[in-house]
Design a protein around this ligand. Structure first.
Ligand code: FES
Length: 220
């Protein structure tokens, strides 16, 4: 059998005493186990984000989806005014940072009548801004405009602003958050009406359900 090349001064196992051979064997076994351990450790470190990426959607779709969230007390919203508030998304996780803070527009019509609008333009989703003197929501992207009740006024949007479902619990204003208030998500809420906003001067609001369309009175 050919002998392996050696570095100058390196001894082969044949030159070692029985104790030296045992020590060399023990060292090789130790280094082998160390290498295996390090590989397992590196593999585990690399696998954590991958596994997290795969299972995070299912973790995010927990019971927090569609939660009712308090966005303020009634007395924080003067009647006749529209104010910007933000709430922490119920599906946000610790590493979402500020992206988990969701803004929305709250319009206090009068008494206990409110509207809560998604900030996203119904065209391509840019954040709309409220101009109190003009009583219009304006979109900076393509010039979309909406009346104070969220109805489409001008520009490329084909419908009004999306509405959050809301209710008053005592003096607290709470909204149904966790889903983007789009036509698709509202339509998926079985039994809940899909509200199509009418222009500000309209005397009624059209309520479309899965089986029927009806009009109900609306007070502005
Ligand atoms: Fe608002 Fe296009 S995104 S008008």
């Amino acid at each position: 059998m050919s002998e392996l090349l050696k570095y100058p001064g390196e001894s082969s196992n044949n030159d070692l005493t029985p104790d030296g051979k045992a020590a060399a064997h023990t060292r090789r076994v130790f280094l082998f186990k160390l290498a295996v351990g390090l590989n397992v450790l590196v593999g585990a470190v690399l696998a954590v984000p991958l596994v997290g990426y795969i299972i995070s959607p299912s973790l995010k779709k927990g019971s927090r989806t569609g939660a009712w969230i308090k966005i303020g007390d009634v007395n924080e919203f003067p009647a006749g005014e529209t104010r910007l508030v933000s709430f922490r998304s119920p599906v946000a996780v610790f590493d979402d940072g500020q992206t988990g803070d969701i803004p929305c527009w709250v319009r206090h019509i009068s008494g206990r009548k409110f509207q809560v609008f998604a900030i996203n333009c119904a065209h391509l989703g840019c954040p709309v801004r409220w101009f109190a003197q003009a009583k219009l929501f304006l979109c900076p992207c393509h010039g979309g405009a909406y009346y104070e009740d969220g109805a489409r006024a001008a520009g490329p949007p084909e419908r009004g602003l999306f509405l959050y479902k809301h209710r008053l619990v005592g003096d607290s204003l709470v909204i149904h958050a966790g889903d983007m208030p789009t036509l698709a998500t509202q339509a998926s809420c079985k039994g809940d009406p899909l509200v199509q906003i009418q222009p500000a001067n309209a005397a009624s609001v059209t309520v479309t359900t899965a089986n029927a369309t009806e009009s109900t009175s609306w007070q502005a």
